[in-house]
Design a protein around this ligand. Structure first.
Ligand SMILES: Nc1ncnc2c1ncn2[C@@H]1O[C@H](COP(=O)(O)OP(=O)(O)OP(=O)(O)O)[C@@H](O)[C@H]1O
Ligand SMILES: O=C(O)c1ccc[n+]([C@@H]2O[C@H](COP(=O)([O-])O)[C@@H](O)[C@H]2O)c1
Length: 226
C-alpha cells in the first residue's frame, strides 16, 4: 500500500485487514454517520457478506456527512466506539475512521483514494435504499458509480421511492438482477444490484430520540445490542 504525496500514511492502528495484500480481497464499504451504530448496520453488513460473497465489510465512520448538519452529530470517537461495540463479535466487520485519515468527507473522493491504495482489492459500495434516493445530491455521484460496483440493501419504507428515483433511472441499464450478487464485486462498474433482504427497522434517529447521548452509557437490549 503506498500513500500519494500529500496523503497521510495510515498508522498500524488504522490498518484494516485484509489489506489487499496480494489476495484479491472482496471488500464491502458501508459509509455512515453511525450516530450511533445499531443492529440495522449489522444486519445489512451480514447480508452483504453472505449475498455478495465478501471477505470483509469495512464501516467507514464519516467525520461528517457533507449533506447533514453538524449539530447533533456526536464526536467521531463516540460514534466509532458505538460501532466497535455493535460489531465486537464480528470478525469480518471492521469499523474504521479512514476518511479522517484521508481528509475526505465526500464518498467519490474516498473511493478514488481507496482504489489507488488497494489496487488489487475489489470494493463494493454498500448503502441502504434511503441513500439511493438521495444519491443524485452527492458530489460526483456518476463518477462514484463509474468507479465502484454498488449494492443497495432494502430498507423500509424507501424501496419504491429509491427504485423510482433519479439515480435508479439514470443507472437503469447497469442494474443487475439480485441473483448475480455473488459476482457483483467482479463486475466492471458501473454495476449495481438491489438486494430485497429482510428489512430491519433500526434507525439512529429513533435511538437518539430515545435519549442516546455521547456521555451516557450506550443503550443496549441487555445482550450488548443497540
Ligand atoms: N435499518 C437499516 N436498513 C437498511 N439500511 C440501513 C439501516 N440503517 C442504516 N442503514 C444504512 O446504513 C448506512 C449508514 O446509515 P446511518 O449511519 O446514517 O444510520 P441511520 O439509521 O440511517 O441514521 P439516521 O437515522 O441518523 O439518518 C446508510 O447507507 C443507511 O441507508
Ligand atoms: O459524497 C457525498 O457527497 C455524500 C453525501 C451524503 C452522504 N455521503 C456518504 O453517505 C454515507 C451515509 O451517510 P449517512 O449520514 O446517511 O450515514 C456516508 O459515508 C456519507 O459520507 C456522501
Amino acid at each position: 500500500m503506498t500513500a500519494r504525496r500529500g496523503e497521510p500514511a495510515l498508522g498500524k492502528a488504522q490498518a484494516p485487514s485484509p489489506w489487499g495484500d496480494g489476495r484479491r480481497s472482496r471488500i464491502g464499504l458501508l459509509g455512515g454517520s453511525f450516530n450511533p451504530a445499531h443492529q440495522g448496520h449489522l444486519h445489512i453488513s451480514k447480508q452483504a457478506l453472505a449475498r455478495l460473497r465478501l471477505d470483509a465489510v469495512w464501516w467507514l465512520v464519516t467525520p461528517q456527512n457533507p449533506l447533514k448538519a453538524a449539530r447533533g452529530v456526536a464526536p467521531l470517537a463516540a460514534r466509532l466506539a458505538s460501532a466497535r461495540a455493535v460489531c465486537a463479535r464480528e470478525r469480518h466487520i471492521l469499523p474504521l475512521a479512514l476518511e479522517t485519515a484521508f481528509g475526505t468527507t465526500r464518498t467519490a473522493d474516498t473511493l478514488d483514494i481507496l482504489h489507488r491504495r488497494f489496487p488489487r482489492a475489489r470494493f463494493v459500495w454498500l448503502m441502504g435504499a434511503d441513500n439511493l434516493a438521495q444519491l443524485p445530491s452527492w458530489h460526483r455521484w456518476r463518477h462514484l458509480a463509474a468507479t465502484t460496483p454498488i449494492a443497495i440493501l432494502d430498507r423500509a419504507p424507501y424501496s419504491k421511492e429509491a427504485l423510482a428515483g433519479l439515480a435508479a433511472r439514470r443507472l437503469a441499464r447497469f442494474r443487475h438482477p439480485a441473483r448475480i450478487a455473488g459476482v457483483l464485486a467482479d463486475r466492471a462498474p458501473p454495476a449495481w444490484v438491489f438486494l430485497p433482504i429482510r428489512k430491519h427497522a433500526a434507525s439512529a434517529t429513533a435511538i437518539r430520540a430515545r435519549g442516546w447521548t455521547v456521555s451516557g452509557p450506550v443503550p443496549t437490549d441487555g445482550e450488548g445490542n443497540l
